[in-house]
Design a protein around this ligand. Structure first.
Ligand code: MG
Length: 313
């Protein structure tokens, strides 16, 4: 197998993970969680979003969270925004990196932002101008890149055109997001490979949901296409409030567990991440979709099984 030596994981739990949770966590608790994942070795964290507090009440306090976290110089703390207003709030909160998000699907933009794709993109230009003046780094995200619950398949050209649009605005770090878990491995491989061939200077991320159990397979397919940056969420939390049936980002601890087994360095301590994921499960007050939390690490089980076998012999 062609596997990378190392990958970068962005912990999106504080944003994509929590945004759909009914039980509202305090800003202080969110700050603790962000500091904890950084202490576990995470180098990129999505700390929240600067969008309408009415639309996403859980993240209404991102300003406060941004001001309260311990900032480590080697760690990237980014927030999701969708327009100029979000950019203004991010700057005011002292955030140095933002992620501008547009959906590849017209219907998803309508239901998510109440605007057409063209309108969403038009709004980016003012935001980009302000970012340039204020020295903010901007990345981009294309949601529903691998399928939309309203429109079905999204033609590859549509994705690549949006990548080109981002590049023309000066954005060279782009996340291809499987918002509703519709991606499948051969598609991720082909889109990823083509995107990297056409835009070799772009740093591509994959944002994968495990709605249909394919996130990990898609991640491996992405690695085969040369992609080495992946979003994941503690405890497998997540889901898009505007996409019917969408649930669960791939769990950070599940990803680290697999990477540890196949010798891909993530720089993140699995045991620490499992502890955080267990606490998060208590925070949100319901069972989550993390495999490792349910089953434990496979190597621990093998040792236990070996001992049992020895006793039986
Ligand atoms: Mg998502």
């Amino acid at each position: 197998m062609q596997l990378p030596e190392s990958i970068t994981i962005c912990e999106v739990g504080p944003r994509d993970g929590l945004q759909n949770e009914k039980h509202i966590l305090s800003a202080q608790r969110k700050i603790e969680l962000i500091n904890d994942v950084v202490n576990a070795g995470v180098k990129v964290v999505e700390i929240g979003s600067f969008v309408s507090p009415k639309a996403v009440p859980q993240l209404a306090d991102t300003d406060e969270v941004a001001k309260g976290i311990a900032r480590r110089p080697e760690v990237e703390y980014r927030a999701l925004i969708s327009n100029l207003k979000g950019m203004e709030r991010a700057i005011f909160a002292g955030i140095t990196k933002v992620k501008l998000t547009v959906s590849a699907s017209e219907s998803h933009n309508k239901s998510n932002w109440n605007r057409s794709t063209t309108e969403v993109i038009r709004g980016f230009y003012d935001a980009m101008e302000l970012a340039a003046k204020s020295g903010l780094e901007v990345s981009g995200a294309i949601s529903t890149a691998f399928g939309c619950p309203f429109e079905g398949n999204i033609p590859r050209k549509q994705i690549l055109d949006l990548v080109q649009t981002f590049i023309s605005m000066g954005v060279t770090e782009i996340s291809l997001s499987d918002t509703t878990g519709m991606a499948y491995p051969s598609q991720v491989y082909e889109v990823g490979k083509r995107a990297r061939e056409l835009f070799p200077s772009v740093r591509f991320w994959l944002h994968l949901h495990n709605t249909r159990g394919l996130a990990m397979a898609n991640m491996l397919a992405g690695m085969q296409a040369g992609i080495v940056r992946f979003d994941a969420s503690f405890s497998g939390l997540g889901g898009c409030p505007y996409a019917p049936g969408a649930s669960g980002n791939v769990a950070t601890e599940d990803v680290i567990h697999m990477c540890d087994l196949i010798n891909i360095n993530t720089g993140i301590n699995l045991d620490k991440m499992i502890e955080i994921a267990q606490e998060v499960r208590q925070d949100v007050r319901h069972e989550t979709e993390s495999f490792i939390l349910k089953a434990g690490k496979s190597l621990v089980l093998s040792t236990r099984d070996l001992d049992k076998l020895k006793r039986e012999v």
